[in-house]
Write a protein that binds this ligand. Structure first.
Ligand SMILES: Cc1cc2nc3c(=O)[nH]c(=O)nc-3n(C[C@H](O)[C@H](O)[C@H](O)COP(=O)(O)OP(=O)(O)OC[C@H]3O[C@@H](n4cnc5c(N)ncnc54)[C@H](O)[C@@H]3O)c2cc1C
Length: 402
C-alpha cells in the first residue's frame, strides 16, 4: 500500500515511521527544504508526559476580558472571524467536566507516547539530546496550589507520578530555584518527564527512514489541493502535479485547515504563536525542566544549552511582532531567573512557531469522512510529547481501513 504523509514535522515523520513499520510504501511531502521546519523546530523540547492540563478550563473564562483587552503579557489577541468561531468552541470546553476529561484523555495519550519513545530509542542509533530531566511546574501562590491539587490527584489515580511539593522540597529537587526572583510557593514535580530536541529527532528519523525503510522524502514541495471523487480521496496536487496513492495522512500542523478545506473538512485547528530563545546556560542553570505557571514560560536544559519558551498569541499567521515578543520573552526570563542563562550572550537564537490548537486540546487522529483520507494534527502545546502515540494510532487507522 502506498501512503502519502503530508507534512514533515515531528508528527508527520513519526507517522511515516509507524506506517513503514507496517510495511507501507511511504512518501512524505513538505514545502520546507528541511524536515522539522515548522512548530517542531525550536520548541521547548519538553516531553511533558505528566503536564497535560487542559488550557480550556473554568478559570479561563474569568480571564477572558483581560485577554481580549490586551492585559495579559503572555497572550496577544487579534480578533478575526476564524478566531471567533474557534474561540466559541474553546469557550464551550471551559467547564469542570470537559477540563477533567480533556486533561485525562491527553494524559493517556502521553503515557502511551512515553512507552513508545522508549521502544523507539532502542531501535534508533542517533542522538537527539534525550534525557530524563524531570519537570517542576512552579506555583506562585495558594490559588495555584489549590488549582493544582485536584489535577495532581486525578493524574495519580491514572498512574502518573506527578506530586505536589512544598517550596523546600522543590528546592531539594532543583537547587537553582533559590535564585528565582519571585516567590515559589510550591511545585508539581514529575521525575519521569523527559527532555529532547524535537528537530534533531525529526531530522535523525528522516535519515534513518531513508536509509532503512526506503521512505521517499519530497521536500520543497507544496501540497495545494486534495483530489476526491465519490467520497474517496485519491490524489494530492503537489507543485501542480497530481500524486496518487492508496491513502493520505494530513500532518500539516497549524496549516491543516487550508489543505483539508479543499475537500470540505474543517479540523478546527487554530494557529497559536509561541516563541523560544536558545542561549548558553548561566551560572545557576536548572537541570530539571521548569515551568513558571504564572507566565506560562518554560526553561529546558538541552545538551549544553538553555531553551526558554512561552506565550500564546492568537493573531492568526501574523509574524510581524516576533522581534518584540522574543525580546520581551528574554526580558521576562532574565527577571524571573537571572542566573539561569547567559542573557548577555551574543549567540542568542530567537524563534517563533505556530502551535496547531484544537478547542479541547486533544489532537485529531484517524480517518475522515473521505475514504483514504486521514488526519494526525491539532497537537497544540504537546506535539513532541504526543507524537509517538498519535503516529502509531494514525498508522493503525490507515492499516485497518485497507
Ligand atoms: C514556543 C513553543 C514551545 C513548545 N514546546 C513544546 C514542548 O516543550 N513539548 C511539546 O510536546 N510540544 C511543544 N510545543 C508544541 C509542538 O512544537 C507542536 O505541537 C508540534 O511541533 C506540532 O508538530 P506538527 O508536525 O504537527 O507540526 P509542524 O512541526 O508545524 O509541521 C507541519 C509541517 O507541515 C508543512 N506544511 C504545511 N502546509 C503544507 C503544505 N500545504 N504542503 C506541504 N507542506 C506543508 C510545514 O512546512 C511543516 O513542516 C511547542 C510549540 C511552540 C510554538
Amino acid at each position: 500500500m502506498h501512503v502519502v504523509v503530508l507534512g514533515a514535522g515531528v508528527v508527520g515523520v513519526t507517522t511515516a515511521y509507524y506506517l513503514s513499520q507496517l510495511g507501507c510504501r511511504v512518501t512524505v511531502v513538505d514545502r520546507a527544504s528541511e524536515v522539522g521546519d515548522g512548530a517542531s523546530f525550536a520548541n521547548a523540547g519538553q516531553l511533558s508526559y505528566s503536564f497535560t492540563d487542559a488550557l480550556a478550563k473554568p478559570a479561563f473564562l474569568s480571564h477572558l476580558p483581560a485577554l481580549i483587552l490586551g492585559r495579559d503579557d503572555g497572550a496577544q489577541v487579534r480578533l478575526s472571524p476564524g478566531l471567533v468561531a474557534w474561540g466559541m468552541r474553546f469557550v464551550g470546553q471551559c467547564t469542570t467536566r470537559h477540563a477533567r476529561e480533556n486533561t485525562l484523555a491527553v494524559l493517556k495519550i502521553a503515557m502511551r507516547s512515553a512507552r513508545l519513545l522508549t521502544e523507539l530509542r532502542e531501535e534508533l542509533p542517533f542522538d537527539f539530546w534525550h534525557r530524563q530531566a524531570g519537570k517542576l511546574v512552579l506555583l506562585s501562590d495558594q490559588a495555584e496550589i489549590d488549582g493544582a491539587q485536584a489535577t495532581v490527584k486525578l493524574k495519580q489515580e491514572h498512574g502518573c507520578d506527578a506530586r505536589l511539593l512544598s517550596r523546600a522540597e522543590a528546592l531539594s529537587v532543583e537547587p537553582a530555584l533559590e535564585h528565582v526572583s519571585e516567590d515559589v510557593a510550591g511545585a508539581v514535580y514529575s521525575g519521569s518527564d523527559e527532555v529532547a530536541d524535537s528537530q534533531k529527532f525529526t531530522a535523525g528519523l528522516r535519515d534513518w527512514l531513508e536509509a532503512n525503510r526506503s521512505v521517499d522524502f519530497r521536500l520543497s514541495a507544496n501540497a495545494t489541493k486534495l483530489v476526491a471523487s465519490n467520497g474517496q480521496t485519491h490524489a494530492v496536487v503537489v507543485d501542480g502535479d497530481e500524486l496518487e496513492a492508496d491513502a493520505f495522512v494530513v500532518c500539516t500542523g497549524a496549516w491543516s485547515p487550508a489543505l483539508l478545506g479543499t475537500v470540505g473538512i474543517n479540523p478546527h485547528v487554530f494557529p497559536v504563536r509561541g516563541y523560544s530563545i536558545t542561549l548558553p546556560p548561566g551560572v545557576q542553570a536548572p537541570s530539571v525542566s521548569m515551568t513558571a505557571l504564572k507566565y506560562r514560560m518554560v526553561y529546558s536544559r538541552l545538551d549544553g544549552l538553555i531553551r526558554i519558551a512561552g506565550f500564546a498569541d492568537f493573531r492568526g499567521f501574523d509574524t510581524s511582532t516576533d522581534g518584540q515578543r522574543t525580546n520581551f520573552l528574554l526580558d521576562l526570563a532574565r527577571r524571573y531567573a537571572p542566573l539561569a542563562a547567559d542573557y548577555g550572550a551574543e549567540d542568542i537564537r530567537p524563534w517563533g512557531g505556530f502551535r496547531p490548537m484544537t478547542p479541547n486540546g486533544q489532537p485529531r487522529v484517524g480517518p475522515t469522512r473521505s475514504r483514504g483520507l486521514f488526519v494526525n494534527t491539532g497537537h497544540g502545546m504537546l506535539g513532541w510529547t504526543l507524537a509517538c502515540a498519535t503516529g502509531y494510532d494514525a498508522a493503525q487507522a490507515v492499516a485497518q481501513a485497507h
